[in-house]
Design a binder for this molecule. Structure first.
Ligand code: OSB
Ligand code: MG
Length: 392
């Protein structure tokens, strides 16, 4: 295992018992959204939730693959993740027992890409291992906070009035930070209106790669609005132009799409491509990478926060656990279940307190029960992958 010298040494210790995973269940569950979610890359009307359950000797763990149905935010889709999981990842995972969580990432080490698919399995294994040692997932990962600060991501709206309403509503609910999705034609006026109405809130914007370096002068006009950060203004694979842009801005840039590994995180920081990093466990391929990026940023005094992918409660609960680590100093995109869903897949649902925090569960594993009846009623596809005896 290679590690950056600045990052503290880390290994997630388990009880030391070897666990053989012999069955993986995958389900695609369709959840309606309370309202469409629109970004610069398109509009999402409902969420096809990809749940993963790993089973070993009577115990099980749950994870979620955060890929969308279309290859817009990333090249992965629900369909590619399912195919890669059943053909490559699950067979690799089942080649022998695991003791430590980083062995799961190790089993996938020879594969390239498909981070969201890998992460779904690693998340499920983390829940399983934490549960087997009767430890809350947050503590298992090294988290220390009992509550995590949260913000909300507000999609592009049909009108400015509708957006201003959403902003007011979510501030009243306690959210500590408002993030506005922007794109060319829905940017300066919108930000000016929200900032004019709320001079003192933590406000950020997220372009999901909608601009190019040709827009530098235009983007510089965002510098007047005291934004907390500008998230991913330029292409997903362009660290160099982000560095050029950051050099001519006062406002910190935050990278999301561009940071898919600890190596790219280090390169982005060394190039000056950003001053903040959004960590999404799916985008980076699982907890092992997410923790390495957290450790790298913490050692360098760079703030990180936990991003979101319109997860169901399962992915959301994992995000809460991750965000309890000490380096997650900015509010995460971890909203209440009710911000997206009329009914979520977990009990209790994720709730945001009026002080803009979400409580970190203290019970073993994920810390939430799964609503199996509701999950079953919404399941479109279910498949189980069993270990073949010839494999072990
Ligand atoms: O860029 O952060 C993003 C949702 C889907 C894909 C990408 C992004 C988002 C969000 C919503 O901003 C975050 C959330 O509340 O889950
Ligand atoms: Mg983003």
């Amino acid at each position: 295992m290679t590690q950056h010298p600045a990052a503290p040494d880390r290994s997630i210790a388990t009880s030391g018992t070897a666990v053989q995973i012999d069955r993986v269940e995958v389900r695609l569950v369709r959840l309606p959204l309370v309202e469409p979610f629109e970004t610069s890359f398109g509009r999402i009307d409902s969420r096809l939730v990809f749940l993963v359950r790993v089973e070993a000797a009577g115990a099980s763990g749950w994870g979620e693959v955060v890929a969308l149905e279309e290859p817009t935010y990333s090249y992965e889709t629900v369909a590619t993740a399912l195919e890669v999981m059943r053909r490559h990842l699950v067979p690799a995972l089942m080649t022998g027992p695991i003791i430590e969580l980083d062995e799961v990432a190790g089993r996938f080490g020879r594969f390239r890409g498909h981070h969201m698919a890998r992460a779904g399995l690693e998340l499920a294994c983390a829940d399983l291992l934490a549960g087997l040692r009767s430890e809350p997932l947050a503590r298992f990962l090294g988290g220390s906070r009992s509550r995590v600060p949260v913000g909300v991501s507000l999609g592009i709206q049909p009108t400015l009035a509708a957006l201003l309403d959403r902003v007011d509503q979510h501030l009243a609910l306690g959210y500590q930070r408002i993030k506005l999705k922007i794109k060319p034609g829905w940017d300066l006026d919108v930000v000016a209106a929200v900032r004019g109405r709320h001079p003192d809130i933590l406000l950020s914007v997220d372009a999901n790669a909608a601009y190019t370096i040709e827009d530098l002068e235009h983007l510089r006009r965002l510098d007047g609005f005291e934004l907390l950060m500008i998230e991913q203004p330029l292409a997903h694979d362009d660290l160099l132009d982000h560095a050029r842009l950051q050099a001519s801005l006062r406002t910190p840039l935050c990278l999301d799409e561009s940071v898919t590994s600890v190596r790219l995180a280090r390169q982005a920081l060394e190039l000056g491509s950003c001053r903040v990093i959004n960590i999404k466990v799916g985008r980076v391929g699982g907890y092992t990478q997410a923790l390495a990026i957290h450790d790298l940023c913490r050692a360098r005094g760079v703030a990180v926060w936990c991003g979101g992918m319109l997860e169901s409660g399962v992915g959301r609960a994992h995000n809460v656990a991750l965000a309890s680590l000490p380096g997650f100093t900015l509010p995460g995109d971890i909203s209440a279940s009710s911000r997206y869903f009329r009914r979520d897949l977990i009990v209790p649902e994720i709730q945001v307190r009026l002080d803009g925090t979400v409580e970190v569960p203290q019970s073993a594993g994920l810390g939430f029960d799964l609503d199996l009846d509701y999950i079953t009623s919404r399941t479109e596809t279910m498949e189980t992958i069993e270990r073949r005896h010839a494999d072990g």
